[in-house]
Write a protein that binds this ligand. Sequence first.
Ligand SMILES: Cc1ncc(COP(=O)(O)O)c(C=O)c1O
Length: 436
Amino acid sequence: MEFTKSLKLQKKFNDLIPGGCHTYAKGDDQYPEFMPVYIAKGKGSRVWDIDGNEYIEYGNGIRSVGLGHAFEPIVKAAQEQMKYGANFVRPAKIELDAAEEFLSVIDGADMVKFAKDGSDATNGAVKLARAATGRDMIAVCANHPFFSVDDWFIGSTPMAGGVPNFVREKTVKFFYNDIESVQQLFNEYPGKIACFILEAEKYGPPKDRFLHRLKDLCHEHGAVFILDEMITGFRWHIGGAQKKYDIIPDLSTWGKALGNGFAVSALAGKKEFMELGGLHHDKERVFLISTTHGAETHALAAAIATIKFYKENDVIGTLYEQGSKLERGVNKASEDLGILDKVSIIGPHCCSVFTTRDQDNQPSQPFRTLFIQETMKRGLLMPSTIVTYSHTDADIQETIEKMHDAMVIYKKALNEGVEKYLKGRSIQPVWRKYNN
Ligand SMILES: Cc1ncc(COP(=O)(O)O)c(C=O)c1O
C-alpha cells in the first residue's frame, strides 16, 4: 500500500489548515505517522484515498454517516431540493416539514431548532438552562469525552488554552452511574447548577435507574436535565437512547447521523424551555441558536429523507446485527490467538470500539498505533468498529479476517516489543496541553 500522493500533501494540509483537518479526531496525531490518508471518495461502507487505496471504513464521518457514504435516497433528496434554492430571507416551508418529521420520532419533545454542528445544539441547551434557572454553573459527565467546541466545555478539558478562568470555574463534573457524585455537586453548590448534561449511554448501560434518579434529583434541585444524543441518536433507537431507556429529558441535542453526513443538528425539548427562544412570552428574551445556515434547505431535505428511511427500513436492527457479528468474529479470533484480554471489541453493538492493551493489560497508545497501522495496511480504516447500514456480511467477514491478520502481528509485538513493529511515533490523545 502506497501513500505517495497523500504524503506529498501532508505538509500543505498542515500549512494551510491548523491541525491539518476540521475535527481533531481526524488529525495526523490520531493515526500512524507515515500513513496519512486524504480521501477522494466514498460509497457505502468503503472509501478510496487519493493514492487509490481502498478501505472498509468504520466510524464513518466521525459517526455522522449512519446509512453509508453517498447513500442514494439521501443524495437524491438533497439534490432535488438544491434545484429550488438553498436559503431565503424568510423561512422555507421545508423547515416546518423537517420539524414535523423530526418531532414525529422524538417522544416528549415539543419543539426543535435546527443548526449545523452538534455544538450549536449543546450550546443552545446550556444557554436555555442558564436562562430558565438564572444560574451559571453547568455539570458535565466526566466519563463522556466531548460535548461542545465552546468555552463552557473546552474549559473543563486539559486543552483549555484561550478559555478565561472565570468561565472554567463554572463547569463542574459528575460521574456516570454514580448518583453520589451528583448528590455531592448539589450539596457543594446549592442553588447554583443550571443543568446536568450527559450521554444516555457510552460504554455500558445505565445501572440502578441512574438516568431516572439523575433526572429526579435535577428536578428536586431546580436544574435542567439534558441528554446529548449526538452519538446515540439514530443509532441506539430511532427515538434515541432516551426512547431505549424510557426517559424523557427536558432538552436533548442531536446531530451526526441525523442527516447521514449532511450538516444538520438539532436542539429539541419541552416547550417551557424552548419557547424562551421564541416570540410569544413575556420573560426576558433568549438569543437561542440563530444561524444563517440552519435553514439550508438541502441539509433539511437530507434529514427528512434519513428519518423516513429509518422509519421504512430496519436500520437500527441492522446496525446492532452487523455490530454483533463483528464483535463475535473478532473476539473469537482474538480468543483463539490468546489475546482477548488485549484486543477485544466492547460497547453496544450499534457503536462499538476495540481495546488495545499492552503486556500489563493497560490501555496503550503505542499498541493502538500498531493496530491501526496493521489494519490500515490491510485495507481497514478503522479508529473504531462502528458500523453503518451499508456494512454487508461480506464486509464484516473481510474485516474479521483482516483484523485477525493484524492481531497476529500484535501478538508478536506483545512478545517482542511494540517498537520492533511500529513504524513511526505513537498516536497521542487529543486532550493534551502541549503538542509534544
Ligand atoms: C456526544 C457529542 N456531543 C457533541 C458533539 C459536538 O458535535 P459537533 O462536532 O458536530 O459540534 C460531539 C461530537 O463529536 C459528540 O460526540
